[in-house]
Ligand binder design. Structure first.
Ligand SMILES: [Fe+2]
Ligand SMILES: [Fe+2]
Length: 272
C-alpha cells in the first residue's frame, strides 16, 4: 500500500538528482523566497534556460525583457516556477525508455494546462495561472508510480481502468498520489485539491470550481489532442460541469481553437 510515507521516500532515493532533492528542500521550507529558489535552479543550466525562455515567451506575456532568473521568477510567479521545476525535474529523473514512453504524458500534461487556462477565461473567480499549473501537474502521480514501482506500473499502463487498478495495487490512485506529493511540496491548496480530485471533482469540497475545470480540461483533451487512452474519460460529471460553467458550443469552439494555436508554442517551451 502506498502511504504518504512512500511518497516522501521519493525524495530520499539515492539516485535522485541533486536538483530535485534541493528543490524539494527549498519548496518545503515555508520561509523560502524566490531568491532561494533561484539559487537552486541556477545549479541546473537546462532548467535555468528553460525558465528564462518561458519568461521571455509571448505566451507568458513578457517577450524579450527578462534577463535574470530572479526577474523571471517574479514575472512568471512563484507557483508557475515551482510547477515547471517540479514537473520537468520529476520527468527528467526517469530513464530514457520511460521518458519516451511518458513523453506523451508530458505533452498531455501541458495540453491539459493550456485547455484549463482557456476554460478559465470563461469562468469568474478562477486564476488562469493556477489552472495552467494544475493542468501541467495533474498527472504527476503517474510519474511518481512509475518512479517508485517501475515494473509493476508499466504492466498496469494498458489496463482499462487505471485509477481502479492503481488503488487495488498501491492503495491510492494517481490523482491522490499526485495531490499528496504536491501538498508536501507546499503548493497552494487549490492546486493540490484540483490535482487530487481531477477524476472526481464532485468529491472536492473546498475548491470545487477549479477541480471541475481541470477535470473538464482533461476530458476535453481526449478530443482536442488524443493521447492517453485510459485517462480523462468523459462522464456524467463532465456534462454537469459544462452546464454549471455555462459553456455553450461557441465557447467550447473558442477554447479548442485557442488551445490548438497555443499547443505549438508550448511544445517548443516544454520539451524535456
Ligand atoms: Fe491526464
Ligand atoms: Fe489523470
Amino acid at each position: 500500500m502506498m502511504t504518504s510515507m512512500n511518497i516522501a521516500s521519493l525524495t530520499e532515493l539515492p539516485t535522485l538528482p541533486v536538483i530535485l532533492r534541493s528543490l524539494f528542500e527549498v519548496l518545503q521550507d515555508e520561509k523560502s523566497t524566490f531568491v532561494d529558489i533561484a539559487k537552486v535552479i541556477k545549479h541546473d543550466q537546462t532548467l535555468t534556460e528553460k525558465i528564462l525562455r518561458m519568461a521571455n515567451s509571448p505566451y507568458f506575456g513578457h517577450a524579450g525583457k527578462v534577463n535574470t532568473l530572479e526577474q523571471a521568477i517574479m514575472f512568471l510567479g512563484y507557483d508557475l516556477v515551482k510547477g515547471i521545476c517540479l514537473g520537468t525535474s520529476v520527468f527528467k529523473f526517469l530513464g530514457r525508455n520511460e521518458r519516451e514512453r511518458l513523453g506523451k504524458l508530458w505533452q498531455h500534461s501541458y495540453e491539459v494546462g493550456i485547455i484549463a487556462a482557456n476554460i478559465s477565461d470563461h469562468v469568474c473567480n478562477i486564476e488562469r495561472g493556477s489552472c495552467f499549473v494544475s493542468g501541467l501537474l495533474h498527472d504527476i502521480g503517474r510519474v511518481i508510480f512509475l518512479t517508485l514501482h517501475r515494473e509493476e506500473y508499466i504492466l498496469m499502463l494498458s489496463s482499462d481502468n487505471i485509477s481502479l487498478k492503481e488503488t487495488e495495487v498501491f492503495g491510492i490512485d494517481h490523482p491522490m498520489a499526485g495531490g499528496n506529493f504536491l501538498e508536501k511540496a507546499l503548493l497552494p491548496d487549490e492546486i493540490v485539491c484540483s490535482v487530487r480530485y481531477h477524476h472526481k471533482p464532485s468529491m472536492c469540497t473546498h475548491y470545487r470550481e477549479i477541480s471541475s475545470v481541470i477535470s473538464l480540461a482533461e476530458a476535453l483533451s481526449r478530443t482536442f489532442f488524443p493521447k492517453i487512452e485510459d485517462d480523462g474519460i468523459w462522464t456524467e460529471e463532465h456534462d454537469a460541469i459544462v452546464l454549471e460553467l455555462s459553456l455553450d458550443e461557441d465557447k467550447l469552439k473558442n477554447i479548442r481553437a485557442k488551445a490548438e494555436e497555443e499547443a505549438a508554442t508550448m511544445q517548443e517551451l516544454f520539451t524535456v
